[in-house]
Design a protein around this ligand. Structure first.
Ligand SMILES: [Zn+2]
Length: 183
C-alpha cells in the first residue's frame, strides 16, 4: 500500500444539494482524468460515498497526489454553508481516516493550504475552512479520550513509585485516625 501522509479537503464548487457523484465524474473526465479525482464524496444530505480506493492515487492537488487522500463535499463554500449532516459525516470520516492511517489533525488540509503557487485555488471555500479548524481540534480531543491510560502513563514515568507513595500515605493517615480514636 502507498504511504498516505495527508488528507486533503475539497468542495465541488457547484450547488450543494443538487450535485451528484456522476456529475463530478463527468467533470473530471472532461479534464482528462482517467477516473474521478476524489476518494470520498460527501453529498449535501450527508451521505459519504467511497468513490475511489485509497490504495490508489487520486487527482486532487497538482503534484501532490502520491501521498494524499482526497475528500470532497458537494457545494460551493465560498457562497453557501456546508449542511450539518455534511459536517457530521465529514468529522466521522476524518476520525476514521486519522485512526486507520495513523494521522493527526496536523495532517488534514484544505486544498488551498497545500496548492502550489501556480495552481492557486479557493477550494474548499472559506465557509468549510472555518469549520475545519473546529473539526481538527475535536479530532485531537477524541484521540486523547480514546487513550487516557497511555497518555497518563507517558506523562508519569515514575507512576509505580508515586502510586506506592500514595498508598503508604493513605495507610499512615488511617493508622493515625485509628490511634486518635483509641485515645
Ligand atoms: Zn480542491
Amino acid at each position: 500500500m502507498r504511504r498516505i501522509t495527508q488528507i486533503i479537503l475539497h468542495h465541488s464548487a457547484s450547488a450543494r444539494d443538487t450535485t451528484t457523484i456522476d456529475m463530478i465524474k463527468e467533470w473530471h473526465k472532461a479534464r482528462d482524468f482517467p477516473h474521478i479525482g476524489y476518494h470520498y464524496v460527501i453529498t449535501g444530505e450527508g451521505e459519504t460515498k467511497k468513490t475511489w480506493p485509497i490504495e490508489e492515487e487520486g487527482f486532487g492537488v497538482f503534484g501532490k497526489n502520491k501521498y494524499t487522500v482526497h475528500v470532497c463535499l458537494t457545494g460551493n463554500f465560498e457562497s453557501e454553508r456546508p449542511s450539518n449532516n455534511q459536517l457530521y459525516a465529514l468529522e466521522r470520516l476524518l476520525k476514521k481516516l486519522c485512526k486507520n492511517l495513523r494521522l493527526n489533525m496536523y495532517d488534514i488540509f484544505g486544498h488551498k493550504e497545500v496548492a502550489p503557487s501556480d495552481h492557486m485555488t479557493v477550494c474548499p471555500g472559506s465557509n468549510l475552512m472555518a469549520e475545519l479548524n473546529f473539526i481538527r481540534l475535536r479530532i485531537e480531543q477524541n484521540k486523547k479520550d480514546e487513550w487516557p491510560l497511555n497518555i497518563a502513563l507517558e506523562t508519569m514515568p515514575n507512576w509505580k513509585d508515586r502510586l506506592f507513595e500514595q498508598i503508604v500515605g493513605f495507610l499512615r493517615k488511617l493508622l493515625k485516625r485509628g490511634q486518635s480514636a483509641l485515645n
